[in-house]
Design a protein around this ligand. Sequence first.
Ligand code: PHE
Length: 338
Amino acid sequence: MDGLREQSLAAIAAATDLAALDAVDAALFGKNGSVLQLVKGVSSLPKEQRPAAGKAANELKVALQAALEARRTALREQVLAADLLAPDFDPTEPGPALPRGTLHPITIVQDELVDLFSAMGFSWQDGPEIETEFFNFDALNIPPEHPARDSMDTFWLQGGHLLRTHTSPVQVRTMLRFPPPLKVIVPGRVFRQETVDASHEHTFYQMEGLVVDRGVSVANLIHTMKTCLQQILRRELQVRLRPGFFPFVEPGFELDVNCPFCSGKGCSVCKHSGWIEILPCGMVHPNVLRAGGLDPEEWTGFAFGMGLQRVVMLRYGIHDIRLFMGGDLRFLRQFDTL
Ligand code: PHE
C-alpha cells in the first residue's frame, strides 16, 4: 500500500498540466482505478484483517484526493498567471455582458408625464397609500352614504384607515400644506376591491393633477390636458368633454380623445363612436377648497385623475391590463428603452 502511495504522489507531482492530472485522477479513482480496486479488495480479506486494512485504504484515498485537489488548484493558478502575461491579453476588453433589466412600461410613461408636467410648472407631490377616511372621502365632498364608500370598492383597514382608492386625497393634503397658487401632479398606486379582468385591476396607477389659482377656467383645463395628451400619445389629437359626476368637482367631465385606431371613423376599440374616454376631470368643488382651508370666493381650480395603465395601453396598443402585473418577462422586455 505504501508503494501505491509513493507512486501515486509522484504521478500527481509529475503532472504538468490539467489534462495530465485528469489522467492520473482517472487511473486512481476511475472505474478500474487502483485506489478503487484497493478499497474493493478489502472485503475479500480474512475477517480479522478487514478493519485495519479498510482504515488504511480509506486514509490513502483521502490523502490522494487532497493531493489531487491541491495540484489542480496550483495548475489552474499557473494557467491563469500565464494567461495574464500573454502578449495578447487585453485588460480593457469588456467581460461577458451582464443580464440587464428594463423599465416597466408604466414607469416609462409616468417618467415622461412627470417631465412634461414639470416643464409646464407642476411639482410632484406624494401621499400615503394607507389613507384616512377623512382625506379619501369626507374632505372630497363624498358623503357617508355615497356608493363609492361601499365595501365592495374599498379595502378597509382597522381604525377607520383604508387603502386609498384614488390619488385625489392628496389634493386636500396639498392645499393644507402649501399656500396657493398650486400646480401639482401626484403619481401613485391606488387600490380597489375589483374583480380582475382584461380592463380591471385591484391595484393600479393614477396620476392626479391639481391647479389652484385665481380665475382658473375650463379653458385652462382643456388646454393643459390637450397639450399633455398630444405629447404622451405622440400625435395631433382632438379632445371633447362630456359631463361626468364626481362629488369633488363641479362641473365634472369625462375627457375623450379621437380614436387613434380608426381616426374617428368608428372601430371596435372605440366601440364605433370615434372617441376614446381617457380621463375624468373637472373644476375643484367649493367644498373641497374649503376642506383645504381656501376661500372658494377667491380661489378656483381644476383637477384631473389620469389612469396610467389606460394611457400606456393606448400608447402601445396593449389590450389586457393584467399583463402589467403578471410578471411575464417576455411582455416586459419589449419596452427596453434604457
Ligand atoms: N379620483 C377620481 C377617480 O379615481 C378621478 C378624478 C380625479 C375625477 C380628479 C375628477 C377629478 O375615479
